[in-house]
Design a protein around this ligand. Sequence first.
Ligand SMILES: Cc1cc2nc3c(=O)[nH]c(=O)nc-3n(C[C@H](O)[C@H](O)[C@H](O)COP(=O)(O)OP(=O)(O)OC[C@H]3O[C@@H](n4cnc5c(N)ncnc54)[C@H](O)[C@@H]3O)c2cc1C
Length: 409
Amino acid sequence: MSTSAITTRCSIVGGGPGGMMLGYLLARAGVDVVVLEKHADFLRDFRGDTIHPSTLELMRELGLLDAFLRLPHRKVERLVGEIGKVRVTMAEFTRLSSACKFIAFMPQWDFLDFLADRGRRYAGFHLMMNAEATDLIERGGQVVGVQANTRSGVIEVSADLVIGADGRHSVMRERAGLKVEDLGAPMDVLWMRLSRRPDDYAAVFGHIETGGILIMLDRGDYWQCAYVIRKGSAEEVMKGDIGDFRRTILALSPWLGERVNELKSWDDVKLLTVALDRLSQWYRPGLLCIGDAAHAMSPIGGVGINLAIQDAVAAANILAEPLRAGAVTVDDLARVQRRRQWPTWVTQAFQRTIQTRVIGPLLAGTAQPKLPFAVKLLNRFPALRAIPARFIGIGVRPEHIRTKEAAGA
Ligand SMILES: Cc1cc2nc3c(=O)[nH]c(=O)nc-3n(C[C@H](O)[C@H](O)[C@H](O)COP(=O)(O)OP(=O)(O)OC[C@H]3O[C@@H](n4cnc5c(N)ncnc54)[C@H](O)[C@@H]3O)c2cc1C
């Protein structure tokens, strides 16, 4: 196979929410950017479809909100759960002060396609699909580019800065030798679809029972269901009879009735492994990791996409000018980590607490699902539901767009 070479200011590895948002913002600010995405399109299922009020606020700041909300989406104004037999509203986004008081559920491929489409309107935005980064190119201890396999051969992308936005199994952070601190996750998730009827409850719905947790996301004509299992137990579970599995799901949500028969075989069930980790240092000279590549988030609270996007905005705010000038320093990269490290830690601490106090014991079958005191308060004083709504919907230390659209970009 042939090897070709291109040169850019910034090469972003990974076209997920973090990478695409950063690519868009840098191109808008007049920085030449190449985004490498290993898949042929964004049409992959099970990647989280939550567009948070904070992201909608960013869209508003960018002047894109109206166009964005014209894409098909469902508005979710509250998160509802059932703990044992008790139904509780955990978060109410209508109580937020932001412009959009809801989570927009939108297939992630529509969101990423939207960013790609808007990015292509800038001369400096180059998105390469089917381009899988395999290694970093280094010179004298400095990362100076990235090597990728494409359908037409190997490509070497020389860049002043490489961004690792390649998710929780990041190859870039591994090649860079960045130290990963594993925080542990007691669970993995089995994903499946079950049809949804117009008269079904409309919300994000979680049911917690001893030994089982089932989360159901309303996706219009179907429910995206996540059944939480003990870490590493997927093989054992999926060796069993699919009929037993159907009965387990039915026991957690009896109202599904015969719809569980839509799970005909294990082919209808997909495993997603969960990780919770973070890098001690997010950067090396010439390289910065953001999003899950810097800190893999657990699905708890559905906040990982939000964090990846917030990292992207902070990175653009801090790096656009030095990138335009061709003078990014290690101090600039350290500033991005300093800005985003604290929100990450706080959010991961919350996820860890839920993992160890609630999910771990429930999955081990050692705890009866009881209403935690905080949840009892939420039930009693609805105004308090603004607190989880803010944590989930806006997050800690929300970012704002500080970059300007460059003239002639
Ligand atoms: C089961 C599960 C459910 C979740 N549900 C939610 C949810 O509902 N809401 C939420 O906010 N978060 C959710 N999360 C967390 C969320 O998925 C992540 O935090 C978020 O996607 C991180 O975004 P990212 O851009 O950093 O990485 P990713 O979304 O992982 O994107 C990385 C991109 O890089 C590409 N890539 C990988 N390697 C390479 C390579 N070598 N070369 C080129 N491209 C590459 C991938 O194809 C991918 O497109 C969930 C996580 C799990 C595990």
